[in-house]
Design a protein around this ligand. Sequence first.
Ligand code: NAD
Length: 369
Amino acid sequence: MVKLVNRIVTVSRTPVFFGKEVFPAFDRLVKSMRPSGIFILVDSNTREKCLPVLMRKTAALATAQVMEVTGGEAAKSLACAEKLWNDLLQAGAGRSSLVINLGGGVISDLGGFVAAGYNRGIKYINIPTSLMGQADAAIGGKTAVNLGNIKNQVGFFHSAAAIFIFPEFLKTLPGEHLRSGFAEIIKSILVSDGSLWRRLQKRPVSLMMSQSVESATWQDLILAAITFKNKVVVKDYREVKLRKVLNFGHTFGHAFESAMMNSKGPILHGEAVAAGMICAAWLSHLKTGLSRADLDAITKYIDEGYSRVHVDPASFSMLMEIMMHDKKMKGGQLQFTLLSKPGLPVTGVLCSREEIREAIDFYNTTLSG
Ligand SMILES: NC(=O)c1ccc[n+]([C@@H]2O[C@H](COP(=O)([O-])OP(=O)(O)OC[C@H]3O[C@@H](n4cnc5c(N)ncnc54)[C@H](O)[C@@H]3O)[C@@H](O)[C@H]2O)c1
């Protein structure tokens, strides 16, 4: 059930609080949990920009200890998780300790993973501070670290005790990360709401980037993404079927992101997803009846907001190998989430190697005009 009271959303599995007034509810919840110790996980940026705000606005964290990791995708590693497990052990953390993840998707994925493994699972709360985190990553109980350059290869389903979304944190988020997070909002709209997609096209990414994150348009879009993700996760927590709709653009996106992770020019998750959505839109045109006009509209909208990623055609075999690790195989073929039209996703569409190559060729050669 989704209940909306003063823009606070609650769902049955994990309550999600959204808005300027989330912290009194946070204090009440933490107090009621009676944790034996509280550990706040931050990266260097969220320590500087968000932790002071959190400490000012809450009372329940006065005795909490802070654990800091160097930010960025590299922190989503087993080595980093092991270091945090050791830190928890040294600090005497036990079954009733509480982890607070204060940061973007890297911190919620890593901190959730650490909480899931420590003492076979301790409680944690997500306070997402990036757009990617607020609109997507902090919600849904998927936690993971990367294995080598394979994204999210090792992870657990382990739900947060609650999620507190304080939109003001976005005011200090660097522009490139706001743009990256916006790709997940585009995805969420493309797979959920055709009429919102038509309205979004009147608001190009560059226009959105120039508007205050506190504007009603921004708040409505973030809330729409949160509400949609909640709805999906409540119905299909373990991604048996429905949750796969959230993977639109991600099989390609993860492959691009993984392929470039160790290169000189790593790309942000959202940039990779934006590129992946153009490839998936092409496959949708080929396989599931997405019209040429819709394909062109999606390509044009994404091109206006995101630079094209350089996908080297010579790296196709490596990309295929990475995609085959992406857990979406059936009978030796890759399965994709595609669209029959905006708002109408189709999951589990089998695509051949040649079709996948065509999609990447489309991305590399067809610039929207
Ligand atoms: N678990 C899921 O369901 C899920 C869904 C989508 C994405 N993800 C994961 O999320 C990760 C990407 O998340 P991200 O884009 O938030 O990356 P991130 O956590 O690295 O944050 C982006 C950057 O912004 C900084 N930052 C965050 N909040 C800030 C703030 N308020 N002010 C100033 N700086 C701030 C961080 O320090 C970092 O440098 C990827 O690893 C991706 O796989 C997970």
